[in-house]
Design a protein around this ligand. Structure first.
Ligand SMILES: [Zn+2]
Length: 412
């Protein structure tokens, strides 16, 4: 068996252990786990500028059309809530909408003689002074409020404006696909909970009391309004109801049910669905998960420890969100195996190779093993969410699965 040096971040003792184990079990050469993951970003901001115009956001045709029409018809509601799942494009759409409202040279195609709808081709110009500042998220009339907490750098009185440079970088790096956990990691608030605090609510009032600098509309984007601190909420009720002239509030949330009711009642609800492109990507991701899961289970069953360590180090490179989604997929397949054992129908869409694998694999998922597999996978998800070292966790999990399949022969 070819020996290699530990990869960066891979503990030397772990690799040594694997070679000892491989010697004990008479393993052959190391198979290479080939990652078939593709770049599954649902949409891409313009790489040259970081620009977010409607045309840069894939899918979402109907919602874009509705938003554009409110501007053309001059019916922009002053306080709107963009809500939808974490992986919807709601923040990108909010910024594209604000940029479109303030663009001084909007592209609005003439209505064709055929009577076809040309609205969805409308967009901001991308080159006027307002658009150029929006591209850098540095327009003086574009304001952001988001959950914050004290950090090593900001040790007291945390305010959104103290994190604005981190915020801009975070949005560009995450391709505007911002998630709360990723944001907390980006600013290093560790185990604290971020909130939108009373001081930030006062900032909203102060900021909006000034005249707009150079554009028609002042735009205040409040991201993750679920995190608005309960006792701070009354401070912004009045301004939400009667904002200064030409002010637009766009509040953003994953879960509108968690928003304080008095705030929610003052907002126009705009549901942002998961886009077609995202759904397509989710299906593609499941196909990849399936291929990886099938190989993983085969290697666990045959006790190929060297392959399992290669798998652990490869999957760890995909990052926490992908690791978690892979484990959730694994839980789903184990559940399907149990359903099959108990004679229940599988949901439509489970077919082809996936169905064949579930048929072949389900005899191994006895009721006792079902409990064990579920428990191991749920524990793994719990630890992934708490920053466990991916390669170590997946190797540990793999070896526990090996023991499930071969309880006598594997001394763990
Ligand atoms: Zn423009």
């Amino acid at each position: 068996m070819t020996r290699r040096k530990p990869a960066p971040g891979e503990p030397a003792w772990l690799l040594k252990w694997v070679y000892v184990a491989a010697d004990c079990f008479g393993m052959g050469k190391t198979a290479i786990f080939v990652s078939e993951r593709k770049n599954l970003k649902p949409w891409q901001a313009n790489p040259k500028t970081g620009d977010v115009r409607f045309s840069d956001i894939a899918g979402n045709t109907e919602i874009k059309r509705k938003l554009i029409k409110t501007v053309i018809d001059q019916r922009v509601s002053h306080a709107q809530l963009f809500f939808g799942p974490e992986d919807s494009c709601k923040l990108a759409l909010a910024i594209a909408y604000a940029q479109f409202i303030n663009c001084t040279n909007r592209i609005i195609p003439a209505q064709p003689a055929t009577g076809a709808d040309s609205i969805e081709a409308a967009d901001s110009c991308g080159v006027c002074p307002s658009c150029v500042k929006y591209q850098k998220l540095a327009h003086p009339d574009l304001h952001f409020i988001f959950p914050v907490a004290t950090t090593k750098r900001v040790t007291k009185k945390p305010l959104s404006k103290l994190f604005i440079a981190d915020w801009r970088q975070f949005l560009l790096e995450s391709n505007y696909q911002a998630g709360l956990q990723g944001w907390y990691e980006a600013i290093g608030i560790e185990n604290k909970q971020g909130i939108i605090n009373a001081d930030d609510c006062m900032e909203i009032i102060t900021t909006l009391s000034y005249k707009s600098y150079e554009s028609d509309y002042k735009v205040m984007i409040i991201w993750m309004v679920e995190k608005l601190y309960y006792s701070a909420a009354p401070k912004i009720l009045k301004i939400l109801e009667e904002p200064p002239d030409k002010t637009l509030f766009i509040l953003i949330a994953d879960e509108p049910d968690q928003i304080i009711k008095t705030i929610l009642s003052r907002l126009l609800m705009v549901k942002i669905p998961k886009s077609d492109i995202l759904q397509h990507n989710a299906a593609e991701e499941e196909t990849i998960h399936f291929t990886v899961f099938r190989t993983w289970m085969r290697n666990c069953y045959t006790g190929k420890v060297a392959e399992l360590i290669a798998f652990a180090s490869e999957i760890a490179k995909t990052g926490r969100e992908k690791e978690k989604s892979f484990l959730i997929y694994a839980l789903k397949i184990i559940g399907y195996c149990a359903s099959m054992n108990y004679g229940q129908k599988l949901p439509p869409g489970v077919d082809g190779e996936e169905l064949k694998f579930i048929r072949d694999f389900s005899p191994f998922i006895t009721s006792a093993k079902l409990v064990e597999f579920n428990s191991l996978l749920n524990d793994a998800i719990y630890h992934i969410e708490r920053n466990a070292h991916g390669a170590t966790l997946f190797l540990d999990l793999s070896l526990k699965f090996v023991r499930q399949f071969k309880p006598i022969f594997v001394p763990l």
